[in-house]
Design a protein around this ligand. Sequence first.
Ligand code: BGC
Length: 367
Amino acid sequence: MVLACCQKNTGMSHQTAVKKEVFGTMPDGREVKIFTLANRNGLEARVTEYGAILVSVKTPDKSGKSADITLGYDTLDGWLTNTSYFGATVGRFGNRIKDGKFTLDGREYTLATNNDPGGIPCHLHGGVTGFDKVLWSGKPTDENGVEFTYLSKDGEEGYPGNLSVKVTYSLTDADELIWEATATTDAPTIVNIVHHTYWNLSGDLSASINDHVLTLNAPSYLPTDAGLIPTGEIATVAGTPMDFTTPQPIGVRVDDDFEALKHGGGYDHAWVLEKGTGVRLAARVKDPKTGRVMEVLTDQSAVQFYGGNFLDGTATGKGGVNYAHRTGLCLETEGFPDSPNKPSFPSPVLRPGETYRHVMIHRFSAE
Ligand code: BGC
């Protein structure tokens, strides 16, 4: 059911429309909306109030054929079963926190240990009911976009402070999907809000991403222990299978006998981005078959490149596809994992009066 159609004059000759529809209802009966963004080049992105999730992105390949290039589900009921964080806005702290504990201003906080890579429990992606599993409030913006807001209450999932969060998605006629998160708090807390879409630029969501060619603007990465918690070392990528400073097909070295790859079961690490200020290029990925290219730009210090190693075919998604091992890749721009416990890492602490801000741009093309 189409609820509304918000016409917006964005330029001399072009009009865009954000379409708002009912997507379904939460188990407690609350209504969930879905919004469709489109641009003049035939790109389409759908976003929902559930988890501030990016539900789908349709882009043309080099022959003009359009396909959905994101893993996920066809219906809200499917999304409610999402345990892989497909498309999600992840928080309050995306990525891992060792032992689910951190100390802030002398007080220790205990969070859920909802993940255990290598059999070692840790806190992952905000806990049991993180930002990906709550209902946000969405409304169209003047920028061919949608703004989602959510109040994460003091104590929610063990985090201190009432955190007011805003996430916007905007689609430009330059084929950029802009995701931006901002947050303010009324008490000191930690924040690392992360966008977690799984991409498969081939548009065939049953195909491996190992033939995608990846470039990371990152001279170093964060080695981890067996529980995927950074050791604190910042290691150069030079001479290792972690070196994506030049374009490399993902699958060529993914199973090399290299400690980081053994721990992650493949690529699942934070790369430290080339130093700089403002929004800058972090990653470029290309599917050679379809020619689709996606560039990722950000103002953050790191990007978690996760190659879908934990996908095991048990989740049945769009069109009945079972998402198999390494059929989607994530490029999650963010602060450093486990930074609450690593004084040498950039601080994730947000204090009253400060504003957390994270910009992530996906720029699509085909060649
Ligand atoms: C992590 C993976 C984890 C996945 C969950 C990624 O951000 O790096 O280790 O399995 O999220 O979907």
